[in-house]
Design a protein around this ligand. Structure first.
Ligand SMILES: [Mg+2]
Length: 306
């Protein structure tokens, strides 16, 4: 069965000359950036959202996850459309709780929901379309050899938090999964000088791989710099779970951190970390503490078949 990227290629081939500009975080049309993102029960959040306990979080996450692609273009989200598929188990109270989560996310994003659609279906899903404005959208394709790679936001925490959920834990990392950070100001800071940008939804290695491929550069990530950013309680959780911390940082998804490539003559913004460098070549590699280079692990691939 084809994976997500092969499927996108097959769809693009079938669309032929009726497809244009596929392959960035958002479409760009006359200064508008547009994206659409589906959040599906049993795929992106637990069935019945943990007997209703996570329904506000479902509304929040669906909105922030979709808006993250707009932020990754250096744009400010403004208008949102929300299409719901409602299963029989979801009652009116549950619907209101999801909407309250969307409201909180929209407040954090300074955006408004301006329309949508309701349908019935076998599983709860929220499909969120986000429109934003950018004077100069930042693509994935602008990185050049010699530039540094910066990150804003945590890496690996959401994936570890989701694993903690299965143990019944209430660790802070679970809150990161439920309520991903809204990096609105950080995106604007990066957009001022970033040559390329992407958000980390599927895992750092995979998403930086998209940036590297679009920019035709090789990215070398620094394992020491990545691990130095990990908070003490996250290390403790990884140890409790028996999880490989470096693997969680490099391949854990759903963090919605922002990664940008940065000119060598511009100061690194406060709060951002340098985690790597662009070189001539292709692919994403990790330089380990002993100086060795190895290929970065791929993260989650949506739509990957068995
Ligand atoms: Mg993205």
């Amino acid at each position: 069965m084809a994976d997500e990227f092969a499927r996108i290629a097959a769809i693009a081939a079938a669309l032929g000359d009726r497809a244009e500009g596929l392959g960035d975080d958002c479409a760009v049309l006359d200064g508008w950036v547009l994206t659409v993102d589906a959040c599906v029960e049993g795929v992106h959040f637990p069935p019945r959202a943990l007997d209703g306990a996570m329904l506000e979080d479902v509304g929040y996450r669906a909105t922030v996850a979709a808006a993250s692609d707009v932020l990754a273009m250096g744009a400010a989200p403004s208008a949102i459309l929300s299409a719901w598929t409602l299963p029989d188990w979801l009652d009116d109270d549950g619907i209101a709780r999801i909407a309250r989560g969307q409201r909180e996310a929209c407040t954090a994003l300074a955006a408004k929901i301006v329309g949508g659609n309701l349908s019935r279906g076998p599983a709860l899903s929220l499909t969120t379309t986000v429109l934003g404005r950018a004077a100069h959208p930042v693509p994935r394709s602008g990185a050049r050899p010699g530039e540094r790679v910066l990150v804003f936001g945590a890496l690996g925490e959401a994936a570890l938090g989701l694993r903690a959920l299965s143990l019944g834990s209430t660790h802070r990392c679970l809150d990161v999964f439920k309520r991903p950070p809204v990096l609105l100001a950080e995106a604007a800071t990066l957009a001022a000088h970033a040559t390329a940008m992407i958000d980390v939804s599927d895992g750092l290695g995979q998403d930086v791989g998209h940036l590297a491929a679009a920019s035709r550069v090789r990215v070398e990530l620094d394992a020491s710099a990545l691990l130095a950013r990990v908070l003490t309680d996250t290390r403790a959780l990884a140890a409790t779970l028996g999880a490989d911390l470096e693997q969680a940082v490099l391949a854990g998804g759903e963090d919605y951190a922002l990664v940008a490539t940065w000119p060598h003559d511009v100061a690194v913004p406060a709060g951002a970390s340098v985690i790597g460098v662009c070189r001539e070549g292709e692919g994403v590699f990790v330089r380990t503490a002993d100086g060795a280079l190895r290929a970065a692990p791929l993260g989650h691939r949506h739509g990957a078949g068995p």
